[in-house]
Write a protein that binds this ligand. Structure first.
Ligand SMILES: NC(=O)C1=CN([C@@H]2O[C@H](COP(=O)(O)OP(=O)(O)OC[C@H]3O[C@@H](n4cnc5c(N)ncnc54)[C@H](OP(=O)(O)O)[C@@H]3O)[C@@H](O)[C@H]2O)C=CC1
Ligand SMILES: O=C(CO)[C@H](O)[C@H](O)COP(=O)(O)O
Length: 467
């Protein structure tokens, strides 16, 4: 029997950083990687942390290096790789040994794996880890899901390695089954939306105003000192300021404008449809990544119709800042509403204020606003974030800037899909009398689907379509 307190499989970007973080917090950890030279190099280069790390060559070696009852973290790509590791580990582990999938997983896969584990009497956790490489190394935000008892078994380690917001660890148990991975997916949906809105503001500055990269970097740096203070705004300034070592040009000017995606934003958009949860800003951001990827089609469009505006009179910096504030409140509102819907649908009792708290440090969407969001969600449970006392005023103050920014861009033929979705969301969500009366009339006309009348609750009515 071994002595390491925990094991980790997958020494890629996240796994390696997480293993060092765990070792640094004083836990002995056994590590293993498919390519075993990576494992050996990793441990050899671990400096002071080397005594806490045990390199193992394969899963059998990893299991033998661990104290019982064992706990093994998987930090490998989502999908079949996770299933394969679970199957191979279960074959050589004891029934009460714990497997923790800490990668990004589709929460439906996590539910399936958690149910299979429960049926076989094995503990299982699916946890969302956010913060990229730096977060994993120095303190990520951790969204736990699965067996409560299993969480309690390892929470001292997960809490020790997590980021801290004013001393409070950003590691929280969200609920059973796939709850942790669901919360992480929504986190990533918000991440997509926030990134896309920032990219749209960058596009207005670069193309509409003709600002150079240095000016853009300075502006984002300034915005990061105000209400928009956040990790994403902070790194946007750094990305805009970066120089390409190869050519000496601004780095952004040599990066292909097609965005990658590993699928977490798409999972969120798909799941929002299953839940009938309105998340148009997140959906617009996912669609924008898809549109970015069809570069040849965009080229064909430009050749046929001509490019958009070129230079135009972009609203001032304060207006753009307000546009981002309004957009941010809209996408977080949508994310929390989606979490509330899922909580009900899956009977999870998701702790919404705690989710806002766990996102305050360590994760990619950490931002100054989250503290107030946590308070607003706690003060008025069940109230939409944008209607809460502390955010309604900000919405009123910032939405005119969003409207001005979007209408100027659209009038000039400049694309702002996520910002436009945000202003439309606001206008829709403040319209008591919408236009779905027409939809209902049409549905009844062609399909005899029936409609509710304003003057007669409860019964199905039909229009005078049939002679
Ligand atoms: N990068 C990020 O910012 C974040 C990533 N995540 C999630 O963390 C997980 C790991 O991501 P990341 O560290 O970035 O990925 P990397 O690509 O950097 O590393 C992947 C790791 O998985 C191993 N691996 C890949 N395929 C297999 C396989 N078929 N069988 C066994 N091992 C395999 C690799 O081993 P080998 O060296 O042999 O190739 C490597 O150790 C993913 O689920 C990702 O979505 C979560 C939050 C943030
Ligand atoms: O989870 C993450 C950050 O929170 C990962 O970096 C993830 O890969 C980001 O998603 P995508 O690759 O789709 O941009």
């Amino acid at each position: 029997m071994g002595t390491s307190e925990i094991g980790l499989v997958g020494l890629g970007t996240m796994g390696a950083a997480l293993a060092l973080n765990i070792a640094e917090k004083g836990f002995d950890i056994a590590v293993m990687n498919r390519t075993s030279s990576v494992t050996r190099d990793f441990v050899a280069n671990a400096g002071d942390l080397k005594p806490r790390l045990t390199a193992t060559e394969d899963l059998q070696g990893l299991v033998e290096a661990l104290a019982t009852p064992r706990a093994v973290i998987l930090m490998v790509p989502a999908g079949d790789v996770v299933d394969d590791h679970i199957e191979r580990l279960r074959a050589i582990m004891d029934p009460d040994d714990l497997i923790i999938d800490a990668g990004n997983a589709n929460f439906r896969d996590t539910i399936r794996r958690a149910e299979a584990a429960r049926d076989s009497g094995n503990p299982y956790l699916g946890i969302g880890v956010s913060g990229g490489e730096d977060g994993a190394r120095h303190g990520p935000s951790i969204m736990g899901g699965g067996d409560r008892a299993a969480w309690d078994r390892v929470s001292h380690i997960l809490t020790a390695i997590a980021a801290r917001h004013e001393g409070t660890p950003c590691a929280t148990y969200m609920g059973p089954g796939g709850a942790g991975h669901f919360v992480k997916a929504v986190h990533n949906g918000i991440e997509y939306a926030d990134m896309q809105m920032i990219a749209e503001i960058y596009g207005l500055l670069r193309d509409g105003r003709g600002a150079d990269y240095g000016e853009i970097a300075t502006l984002f740096e300034r915005w990061n000192d105000g209400p928009l203070q956040s990790y994403l705004v902070e790194i946007t300034a750094k990305v805009a300021a970066a120089e390409d070592p190869k050519t000496g040009k601004p780095l952004l000017s040599v990066i292909e404008d097609t965005a990658g995606q590993k699928g977490t934003g798409r999972w969120t958009a798909i799941e929002a449809q299953h839940l009938a949860a309105p998340v148009p800003v997140i959906e617009a951001a996912v669609a924008a990544r898809n549109m970015s990827a069809v570069k040849a089609a965009r080229k064909a469009g430009e050749d046929r119709f001509g490019a958009g505006a070129g230079r135009f009179d972009v609203p001032g910096d304060e207006t753009l800042e307000r546009a981002m504030i309004a957009g941010k409140i809209a996408c977080y509102t949508q994310g929390f509403e989606m979490l509330a819907k899922a909580s009900e649908a899956f009977d999870w009792s998701l702790p919404l204020p705690e989710i806002a708290k766990v996102w305050r440090a360590g994760c990619i969407i950490r931002s100054a606003m989250l503290d107030d969001m946590a308070a607003a969600l706690a003060d008025a449970p069940g109230t939409s974030l944008m209607l809460s006392e502390s955010f309604a005023n900000r919405v009123e103050d910032s939405t005119p800037g969003l409207r001005d920014t979007v209408s100027t861009a659209i009038a000039a033929g400049h694309p702002v899909p996520a910002l436009a979705a945000a202003v439309t969301y606001f206008d829709t969500m403040r319209s008591h009398r919408g236009t779905a009366d027409m939809i209902q009339g049409q549905r009844d006309y062609f399909g005899w689907h029936g409609f509710a009348r304003l003057d007669d609750d409860g019964r199905d009515h039909h229009g005078p379509w049939v002679e």
